[in-house]
Design a binder for this molecule. Sequence first.
Ligand code: APR
Length: 245
Amino acid sequence: MERLLQTLAARIRGARRLTAMTGAGISAASGVPTFRGPGGMWRTHRAEDLATPDAFASAPALVWERYASRREKVASCRPNAAHDVLARWSTREGVVVVTQNVDDLHVRAGTRDLVRLHGSLWELACFGRCTAGAQPWRDERVPLPDAIPRCPHCGGHARPAVVWFGESLDPADVSRALEATACDLFLTIGTSAVVYPAAGLVREARSRGAFTAEINLEETPASSLVDLDIRGHAEEILPTLDALL
Ligand code: APR
């Protein structure tokens, strides 16, 4: 492990352009349950019952109940050492953080140049996509006053401004993430690498000549792709790497 970390630290030191892509694993140490790990959201609930436009159309109260409890949980969590290290690195020219997480712990850690691919738990949008309500608005109140929040513009149902299964990502975020694959070093941290388009970014970076590394507790479909595969806790590995810089 020592040799692996030294090698990666040398790559981080030498990178003019560094991109870090994160998943739920980076927030696990903050107390945010992952999706597919022990106690994960998709271990206890069917994604199609909670994270699709159809699920919301047929049971908005049930979906909101679920998101309200996730907001309540995340509201009690703080960024951990892994978030803090990436926030510090993001002040360096050429560093981009791309996240699948909707918990905004990267935001709260002060990360600059952050690309949020899947939206935010703390933002709402009009489910009916009325013109004014299509642009998400921020609402950090816990609990929200209404079990099913309303769009302030058209009075229709408001939804969590997160990307649900079967929905496309914001094209602006996708192009920023793709742009960030043109880098010297691409790190994939705490993601099971099964949800696309995010899971395709490491392959894209590799095809553009980037040195690639994965930090994860367990093997993922990306493990066989990357140049360096590091097993361990992000909240321990990242501060260790930072100390080696
Ligand atoms: N340090 C490093 N890796 C960790 C840690 C940790 N402390 N704890 C868990 N992991 C790893 C797990 O081994 C797993 O591979 O993080 C990964 C979490 O995987 P998922 O729960 O599948 O989360 P993620 O990859 O972010 O999910 C992708 O799927 O449900 C959708 O939209 C949702 O953004 C989410 C997307």
